[in-house]
Design a binder for this molecule. Sequence first.
Ligand code: CO
Length: 141
Amino acid sequence: MEEVYSNIGRLNHVAIAVPNIKIASDMWQKALGASVSKPQTLHEHGVKVVFINSPNTKVELIEPLNENSPISNFLKKNPNGGMHHICYEVSDLKSASRKLQAVGARILGDGNPKIGAHGNPVIFLQPSDFSGTLIELEQVE
Ligand code: CO
């Protein structure tokens, strides 16, 4: 009998790729009254990011730093920007990975966690296994 339990916790963030972070954050601020953080440059991830906090989660607007950025190709296909991924918190990535493997869901890359934009270990899941949605799982203590 298969054990039934939930791997996923809170929705940590929704990430939206944007061609111009200044234009995008101004719009979120002016039109939605959102409080937008100062832009941060994450060189090791090839992106500039702002955080938009709301009571239950946050949105991250991400702009590529250059052509080699992991979101550059996404923006070529979606020139106006668009939802890039959603991120769920998990308490244990190892157990989450085992469950994914057990049902044949694929982890991108070599399958091992990498340190994500918030300094925690993360994995990304194959979008075609999840209705075309890129899912990030972040281990949060
Ligand atoms: Co993310």
